[in-house]
Ligand binder design. Structure first.
Ligand code: NAG
Ligand code: NAG
Ligand code: NAG
Ligand code: NAG
Ligand code: NAG
Ligand code: NAG
Ligand code: NAG
Length: 354
């Protein structure tokens, strides 16, 4: 605007000057008049040029405002991706902050689908070590969040809109956002609606299972035994333990009922198979804890799956249960006998020390 007024002023001065000269009729020489005409022409051309630029800018601004009203979620240039990827690429606009310089970086949505004691905690710390990945933890361990499908959808919407603020949040420069979700946390119960959500919102699933389900099971049992033993010790300190009980507490190893163990192993296998069947139509990858431990390319596979820049990722969290299984069970001989000759026999020898 100041440019316009300046140009008009300059133009006016020249015109007035010229008129004065014309009316004075006392121009002594011709050459200054020609010179003035040239300068006047130059000023006019400049004025018209500046005006046209200003008008163009005003015009562009109006068009932008118009577009913003019409189509608010398409301000970013098209990313250079394969057509099949388009449904999986998002540009969330968080309510609580601005994505600033990363506003036009595409974001992928994921969910780690796993079972307790399958190394998903460790796996998640590995993912969160990547500057562009935010995995927000076991969000649905809190019961109210999974009490019905509307609560689940509301929670997922908040996470995927980058409005879930946790220690894992990378905020504006997140390129992949997700959570850790156990199969028994409403996932299988509401599988139809959740599969539909994943399909329509473009969420990719990362299945994380453990190959050695016996190790997993013993880990679960040892973990709850651990808790129970501590609880028993704490609350009944003044009570006299039976010699047997005291002995178990001292050695800190659970006795495992082999009959129940085989039943539970079968159940876990069935649960995993069911989950894979339910979610087979979603985009997914299947990972095993043991493979990630042994084979570093598995982490590169995950980064490729999430389309984040390849990085080396580290975790300071210790891996679950190292060493021979017999260290963790009181009646190892009974277990060996019970599993010998069954489909689970191989679980007895698997030892994934690293
Ligand atoms: C990843 O881990 C390394 C080593 O523990 C640490 O120095 C780095 O800050 C971590 N990066 C992120 C983004 O957490
Ligand atoms: C779903 O659960 C939430 C939290 O428990 C509750 O506030 C809400 O009323 C429930 N909605 C329906 C439709 O049941
Ligand atoms: C990853 O994060 C960094 C900042 O930590 C950012 O500069 C970069 O653009 C992000 N990459 C992607 C693909 O979003
Ligand atoms: C039980 O308590 C005693 C002493 O209060 C302690 O030495 C022992 O380690 C505890 N055992 C467990 C299993 O916590
Ligand atoms: C194992 O559990 C089964 C079923 O609950 C029970 O019948 C059996 O007596 C238990 N065995 C032992 C050794 O505790
Ligand atoms: C390690 O993982 C990569 C990628 O998934 C796979 O191609 C390769 O065969 C694996 N190596 C071993 C020794 O299993
Ligand atoms: C397992 O069964 C085989 C025969 O089927 C036997 O030779 C072996 O000693 C058994 N192992 C254990 C640990 O019971």
């Amino acid at each position: 605007m100041s440019l316009i007024s300046w140009s008009i002023t300059a133009f006016d001065i020249w015109v007035i000057d010229d008129l004065q000269d014309t009316f004075s009729l006392k121009s002594p020489k011709k050459s200054p008049l020609v010179l003035r005409m040239i300068v006047l022409m130059f000023a006019m051309v400049c004025g018209v040029y500046i005006c046209s630029i200003c008008l163009k800018q005003i015009g562009t601004r109006t068009t932008n405002e118009f577009l913003n009203v019409e189509e608010p979620q398409r301000p970013c240039p098209e990313p250079n991706i394969e057509p099949w990827e388009i449904p999986y690429v998002h540009y969330p606009k968080p309510k609580t902050y601005s994505r600033d310089e990363c506003a036009c970086n595409p974001v992928r949505y994921f969910a780690i689908l796993s079972m307790q004691r399958s190394g998903s905690g460790w796996f998640e710390t590995l993912l969160n070590n990547h500057t562009n990945i935010s995995s927000n933890g076991e969000i649905f361990s809190v019961k109210v969040r999974r009490s019905n499908i509307s609560s689940i959808v509301e929670t997922l919407d908040t996470i995927y809109n980058l409005d879930w603020l946790s220690s894992a949040s990378k905020n504006e420069c997140t390129a992949a956002v997700g959570l850790k979700w156990m199969l028994n946390q409403g996932l299988l119960q509401h599988h139809e609606e959740i599969v539909e959500y994943f399909r329509t919102r473009g969420v990719s699933a990362i299945f994380l299972f453990r190959r050695n389900l016996l190790r997993r099971m013993i880990s679960v049992l040892a973990n709850s035994y651990d808790r129970d033993a501590k609880l028993l010790n704490g609350t009944h300190k003044s009570h006299v333990h039976s010699p047997h009980e005291a002995e178990i507490l001292a050695r800190y190893k659970p006795l495992i009922n082999a009959t129940l163990l085989i039943r539970d192993l079968k159940q876990v296998e069935e649960t995993q198979t069911k989950a894979l069947e339910y979610f087979k139509s979603t985009r997914h990858i299947i990972l095993y804890y043991e493979d990630i431990l042994k084979n570093s390319s598995k982490l590169a596979d995950v980064q490729e799956f999430l389309k984040v820049p390849k990085r080396e990722v580290k975790s300071r969290q210790v891996k679950i249960h190292k060493g021979p299984l017999s260290n963790y069970v009181d009646n190892w001989d009974d277990l060996q006998k019970a599993l010998n000759g069954t489909q689970y026999q191989s679980f007895l020898i698997g030892d994934y020390r690293k």
